[in-house]
Write a protein of this length. Structure first.
Length: 397
């Protein structure tokens, strides 16, 4: 059984100094040590909460959330993470703000940040827009802090953009690390990141891109599977190839779900829209062409319907490593005869993995809290030690 000292000792062996007073955009912009520091702090915070030790490091302050897409898990994970550290959450509803009246990004970013310590943004719908918007916000608050408008510079955490979903994929990764008993046991494990059928269109690319961009960092053999035409961003594939080469793993592609699942240690069947179609959709919205949007939606739904056989079945799961691969999903999944007639996964498969899936999701609040923690404290080891020494109870006894 690990102690808090074990987590502190691990942090002492890592170089993550560049995370201090910095932001979290994409996992592949972080070093291996920085990623491991996030995992370590996440586990340390969970360790303390499970032992009724308060981890409140702020007596006041705001965590600002902006969700430009619907969310359950990420929204509540961000709120939980902020609360865990002592921050109050305020959601920015752009429909009720002056954004609708033409307020600039720079002005909005400064006006919401007077007492904010973190800003979490989900902006995943339009190719070339979400990550760029997050950088605009960061540039604005940096300047606001430099000009003396803001007493502190809020940390930005990417809660999902058009390129990556770092909090989700880091939570997925931490779940895998625990399932296999440590990062050192991941090398050579096969991961199948596979497209799966959905009766809806336009699902973001950021989860499959985040998975191939992260899991190739650990010497794993990552396979990206999808029908012809369902490509992800080519630049992210290049990131995955480079990661695999450095880590001693591999990154391959296939148009066969069965090939990807065969002898896999981890499977991640998840629908997404083709990169080319998402680019086209972004352009159509930019032009205000709603007829074009409707036509594209009809076209993509018909295209999806040609691949209903891309489903995570009991038969496919039996072909995985010893028939016991870890099944991952960011949730909610499209479940056959439950949430839809035909979908990503058979009900019997999903039901068998329901508890592990919920455990997978439970890592996300701690991952987000760790990202904030490492940005706000230059010596997080000392802060963790002081929290333990203080011994304040989360629940009064």
């Amino acid at each position: 059984m690990k102690t808090l000292k074990d987590y502190i000792d691990k942090l002492n062996s890592l170089n993550f100094k560049n995370m201090y007073n910095n932001d979290f955009f994409l996992t592949w912009e972080k070093s291996d040590d920085e990623l491991e520091a996030v995992f370590t702090v996440a586990d340390a915070l969970r360790y303390m909460r499970e032992r009724n030790i308060s981890t409140k490091v702020f007596e006041s302050g705001l965590g600002i959330s902006l969700f430009r897409d619907n969310s359950t898990r990420t929204r509540f994970s961000f709120a939980s993470a902020c609360n865990l550290l002592g921050l109050e959450v305020q959601d920015l509803d752009e429909g009720k703000s002056q954004v609708a009246h033409g307020e600039t990004v720079r002005e909005t970013a400064n006006m919401i940040s007077f007492m904010a310590d973190v800003i979490g943004i989900r902006d995943d719908m339009y190719i070339g827009k979400g990550n760029a918007y997050m950088h605009q916000v960061v540039d604005a608050v940096k300047q606001g802090n430099a000009d003396g408008v803001l007493e502190q510079r809020p940390t930005l955490v990417n809660l999902q953009c058009d390129i990556d979903h770092p909090t989700q994929c880091m939570a997925d990764m931490l779940h895998i690390i625990h399932e296999f008993g440590g990062i050192e046991n991941l090398k050579g494990k096969k991961v199948a990141m596979s497209w799966a059928y959905s009766p809806s269109y336009g699902k973001p690319l950021s989860v499959p891109q985040g998975v191939i961009g992260l899991m190739t960092r650990f010497g794993m053999d990552v396979v990206l599977a999808h029908p012809e035409g369902y490509d992800v961003m080519p630049e992210v594939e290049e990131v995955a190839k480079a990661n695999a080469e450095r880590s001693g793993g591999s990154f391959t592609k296939t148009n066969s779900m069965a090939e990807a699942f065969k002898d896999a240690d981890v499977v991640y069947p998840k629908s997404w829209a083709p990169f080319a179609a998402m680019e086209k959709r972004t352009n159509l919205y930019g032009e205000g062409d709603m007829d074009g949007i409707a036509a594209l939606e009809k076209e993509l739904l018909a295209q999806n319907a040609e691949h209903k056989d891309w489903c995570c079945t009991e038969e496919l799961m039996a072909t995985t490593k010893d028939g016991k691969a870890i099944y991952l999903h960011c949730l909610p999944a499209d479940i056959n005869n439950v949430s839809c007639k035909d979908g990503e996964v058979e009900a019997s498969v999903f039901d068998r993995y329901r508890t592990p899936l919920y455990k997978e999701a439970s890592y996300k609040p701690y991952v987000i809290a760790a990202m904030i923690f490492l940005s706000k404290f230059e010596d997080p080891q000392d802060i963790l030690k002081k929290l333990e020494e203080r011994g304040a109870k989360r629940i009064f006894e």
